[in-house]
Ligand binder design. Structure first.
Ligand SMILES: [Fe+2]
Ligand SMILES: [Fe+2]
Length: 242
């Protein structure tokens, strides 16, 4: 199946590949987000084996060699399995991550030195501005970070609110209850005292849309969805501590 391309906000493109073998029968999507700007950025680098098709999708929008910035949330195959392939194909590009991310994996794994980002530091792409948010263990992984594109108020939130199936590129229908039911089975989110406060921090950014790594992007009440998810995890933490 081809990788679908949809512009979910001005200059932000969702590259979505359905993998039917994951979570059958609905399948599961793996998404990257290409931010078109003077200095283009790719958020989520995809599996190593998916690189050819993702690179072909990027090439429909801009030359792969024009990419200047690469980013992912946390060290997992769907986030950064293709890291080396991107660094080879986009020779001008730098991969950016938190101090923890550089320390625990990226500094060793990357073939070129990564750019170390402070929490809340912004990369001005020229026409787009991406704020890097250090969010340890949210959705999971000590190195987790998320991304807020300020000119479109788009939060790229990795696995948060991820859901199966190959729905529309962007929906306004409420995802939270469905996601909570799935989360009760998968336990994919780390549950720590920082989980709910971190989700509330994200809600306070007042995102207008959430760019999800798995499933449809969300253009409804994004802050409300994150707050309700925070409430759920806070209640779960209390219940499990009791
Ligand atoms: Fe993940
Ligand atoms: Fe993921």
């Amino acid at each position: 199946m081809d990788t679908r391309i949809d512009e979910i906000a001005d200059g932000i493109f969702r590259l979505s590949t359905l993998v039917p073998e994951v979570n059958p029968p609905s399948g599961f999507t793996f998404n990257q987000f290409l931010i078109r700007a003077e200095q283009p950025m790719l958020v989520h680098l995809g599996h190593r084996k998916m690189f050819p098709r993702i690179a072909a999708a990027v090439a429909k929008l801009l030359p792969v060699g024009a990419l200047q910035h690469l980013a992912y949330s946390h060290a997992e195959a769907d986030e950064c399995g293709a890291l080396d392939a991107w660094l080879d194909a986009a020779t001008q590009a730098t991969v950016a991550h938190t101090a923890v991310g550089c320390q625990i994996w990226l500094g060793d794994a990357a073939s070129r030195p990564p750019r170390k980002m402070a929490d809340n530091e912004v990369i001005d792409l020229g026409g787009k501005r991406v704020r890097f948010l250090a969010t340890p263990h949210v959705p999971h992984g000590w190195d987790a970070q998320l991304f807020f594109e300020e000119t479109t108020a788009t939060l790229m939130c990795s696995d948060i609110l991820g859901h199966p199936g190959d729905g529309p590129a962007i929906v306004e229908t409420d995802l939270v209850e469905r996601v909570i039911e799935g989360e009760k089975r998968s336990r994919s989110m780390s549950l720590t005292p920082a989980t709910a406060p971190t989700l509330r921090r994200l809600a306070a950014l007042k995102p207008q849309r959430l760019a999800l790594m798995h499933g449809s992007s969300f253009a409804g009440d994004a802050g409300g969805a994150l707050t309700r998810l925070a409430d759920h995890f806070a209640a779960t933490l209390r219940a499990e501590a009791a």
